[in-house]
Every structure is written in C-alpha cells, then in structure tokens.
Design a protein. Structure first.
Length: 100
C-alpha cells in the first residue's frame, strides 16, 4: 500500500512536470510567434519606409523638372519679347529711311 502511494505520488509529479513542460513549451511558442510577428512588422515598416523615401525622391524630382520647365518658359518669353523689340526697331528704322 505504501508502494501504491509512492507510485501515485510519482505519477502526480510526472503529470505536474509534464504540464509544466507543456506550459513552458507553449509560452516559448508564443514568444517565438511574437518575435516572428515583430520581425514581420519591422519588415513591413522597412518596406513602407523605402516606398515613402522613393515617393519623396520622385516628388522632389518632379518639382525640379517643373522648375526647369518654368525657367525654359521664362527664357522663351524673353526671347519672344526681344524679337518683338527688334522687329519694332527695324520697322521704325525703315520708316525713318523712307521718310528721308
């Protein structure tokens, strides 16, 4: 009967130890899952950051292109104005020659 009690005690201890190991393994799995999720979140963040950086660079490039275009338009306008001025000067000169 003493051996029955000690066997029962051993079985209880074995069961408790098994439950502790199972709980520990479950906790480790959950920790690993959290680490994996955290790694995925960090990868997502890194990807989104690179997309944002790329879009920001593209926006800066487009602003530069627009500024260049505006400068070219201003230069073209200045050239047209100079041609008009020269044309008016030529007409005035011709009118002075024909008047003389």
């Amino acid at each position: 009967s003493d051996s029955d009690l000690s066997t029962s005690k051993d079985e209880d201890e074995d069961q408790e130890e098994g439950e502790e190991k199972s709980a520990l393994a479950k906790a480790e799995d959950e920790d690993e899952e959290e680490v994996n999720m955290s790694a995925l979140e960090m990868a997502d963040y890194a990807f989104l950051s690179s997309v944002y950086a790329s879009l920001t660079a593209r926006e800066a490039e487009l602003k530069w292109v627009n500024a260049l275009r505006a400068a070219e338009q201003a230069e073209l306008h200045a050239v047209k104005e100079e041609l008009k001025r020269r044309d008016a000067a030529d007409r005035w000169e011709r009118s002075q020659l024909t008047a003389a």
